[in-house]
Design a protein around this ligand. Structure first.
Ligand code: ZN
Length: 327
């Protein structure tokens, strides 16, 4: 019986377009000097392990570390994008830049890992919409408006004392992203900012790496009310593996499944996806030590009674639907 389920999960996982909505491997590559094409014992993401994990589309975030903010943020994001493009040149046979749904289809057909470029932290815009448009031309298709601190776009979740929402500039950024065809990402944004984005955005939005506050009350997790509102607008929550956001004491694969189940029960399986945060987290849940372990989620969801159709949506199709609507 157990062997049968394992085989079913393996077959299913291989047939699915698996999408991971957030990782920070670019930051670790620039810091540690390891290469994307080499199977490493360090970190969580590289091309061999992405293939082991069956990932067809990986979001690569350019994360701006605090030491670069705000003055050197634009330069830092360009350095990270340059690093990505050098890795792309060296790994053309295994990696493809995805800026739209046609490229993704091609990448999948050619057995390559698709890469969607995103930026984590609106400091990268240098307070100028021209920079946003230039980043779009460089292939960036998603932006997390803030990290935990305040920036020119709005307050992050770390600014609980003031709890401010989006600034006028932040609202302009959301409108321009809607116009260009970029994914607005509300992970790390203050709750007030979250509601402002839903008011302003004419397109579905994502929380690329956030969990449920109902199961684990952490400032980075979303309340049921937020999840319901995001889903109503067609958005998707990428359930994340950051141990503190999974469970206050012990984080394991089962805990990650609990968050997926909670969102599916609250708003339906159409509004939940995966946003690992691999290489952005110091520790990982037991059973999800690196991106090669993603098939364990497919197996876990089968064991929890999800249909193959629902699992296909959760593991990627939901995020693809939003991409199709936005890009
Ligand atoms: Zn993050």
């Amino acid at each position: 019986m157990e062997g049968k389920k394992l085989l079913q999960a393996k077959k299913l996982h291989e047939s699915i377009v698996v999408v991971d909505a957030h990782c920070d491997v670019l930051m670790t590559l620039i810091g540690e000097g390891r290469r994307l094409g080499e199977h490493s014992q360090q970190g969580h993401v590289d091309l061999p392990r992405l293939k082991m994990g069956g990932v067809k589309l990986q979001f690569f975030a350019a994360f701006i570390e605090s030491e670069f903010k705000p003055e050197r943020a634009v330069k830092r994001v360009l350095q990270l994008l340059d690093l990505f493009y050098r890795e792309l040149e060296d790994n053309r046979q295994d990696l493809a830049l995805v800026t739209g749904c046609t490229e993704l289809k091609q990448a999948v057909e050619q057995g390559k890992v698709g890469a969607l470029l995103t930026v984590e932290g609106g400091e990268a815009l240098g307070e100028d919409l021209a920079v946003l448009r230039a980043l779009y031309r460089l292939g960036v298709r998603g932006l997390g408006l803030t990290w935990n601190q305040r920036n020119a776009l709005g307050d992050g979740v770390g600014e609980a004392v003031t709890g401010g929402g989006l600034t006028n500039f932040g609202r302009e950024v959301v409108r321009e992203m809607n116009r260009l065809g970029m994914l607005v990402d509300v992970s790390h944004l203050s709750e007030a900012g979250f509601w402002n984005v839903l008011e302003v955005s004419t397109k579905p939005i994502i929380a690329s790496h956030s969990n449920c506050a109902a199961l684990c009350p952490h400032r980075r997790n979303l309340s049921d009310e937020q999840i319901i509102a995001l889903a109503k607008q067609g958005g998707v929550v990428g359930v994340t593996f950051a141990p503190d956001f999974v469970h206050p004491e012990t984080a394991a694969l089962a805990g990650v499944l609990d968050h997926i189940v909670h969102i599916a029960e609250l708003v339906g399986a159409r509004h939940v996806g995966i946003g690992s945060d691999f290489d952005g987290i110091a520790a990982t849940p037991v059973g999800l030590e690196d991106v090669g372990k993603l098939p364990g989620i497919t197996l876990g969801l089968l064991e929890r009674g999800f249909s193959e159709r629902d699992i296909e949506m959760i593991m990627g199709k939901n995020l693809l639907r939003v991409l199709e609507q936005v890009l």
